[in-house]
Design a protein around this ligand. Sequence first.
Ligand code: DX5
Ligand code: ZN
Length: 230
Amino acid sequence: MTDSVQMIEILPSLLSADFARLGEHIGQVEAAGASMLHFDVMDGHFVPNLTMGTPVLQSIRKITRAHLDVHLMVTNPDAFAPIFIEAGADSVSVHQEVCPHLDRTLRLIQSEGAQAGVVLNPSTPVSTLDEVLEVVDFVLIMSVNPGFGGQKFLPNSLNKVRQLAERRERLGLAFKIEIDGGIGASNAADAVKAGAEWLVAGNSIFGAPNPGAAFLALRETAHSGLRQLA
Ligand code: DX5
Ligand code: ZN
C-alpha cells in the first residue's frame, strides 16, 4: 500500500502560475512536496494560444531539481523535443494527432535522454496507440481540449484512462498514465481510481490563495482515491 501511495504524483501546471512570480510559485509547491512540474508549450498553430519557450525552461531548470515534464502542443514536435531536452526537460510528451511517425518521434525523445510520452486529445481514441504502447514511458490523456488552463473537466476522459489501464494490465506493461485538464478536488480521486498516476493541476493549485496548501489538499484527495481501491 505504501509503495502504491508513493506512485501518485500531482504535477502543478506552471501555465496557471503568475509568470511575474514564477520562482516564488515554484518554491511554494516544492516546499509542499511537489517533485514534478508540468510545462505547457503552445505554438499558436496546433492550439490557439502561445506560451513559453526554452529560455523560460532553462531559467526554471536553474532553480529547481524537480522533474520537468514538458507537454508539447506544437505541430512539429520532432524539431522542438531535442531543444527542450537540452534546456532541461526530464520528460517530453507529443500529441498523437501531429505525429505521422510516432514510433520514430518517441524513440528520438528517448535517444536524447528524456522519458517519452504521447498525448491524446479528447476526440482521439485510445486504440490509436496500440502499436506504440511497448515504446512509451507514459501516456497523457487530455481531459480538456488543449489550449487553455482553467477549463471544465470532460468526464469521458476517465473512460479513456480505464481503457488504457486495462491494456497496460493485459500486456504486462509499466508505462505511467497522466491526466491533464480541469483536475481538482471533485475528480482527482476518480482519476486515480480509473488508473492515472500523474495528475496535472493548474488552476486548482495556482488559482488558490495558497498554492502549497492547495497542492497538499489535492494530493490527499488523490490518495483517498487510492485507498478506495485497496
Ligand atoms: C491545457 C494544458 C494544461 C493546463 C491545465 O491545454 O495542457 O496543462 O495547464 O490547467 P487546468 O488544471 O487549469 O485545467
Ligand atoms: Zn498540459
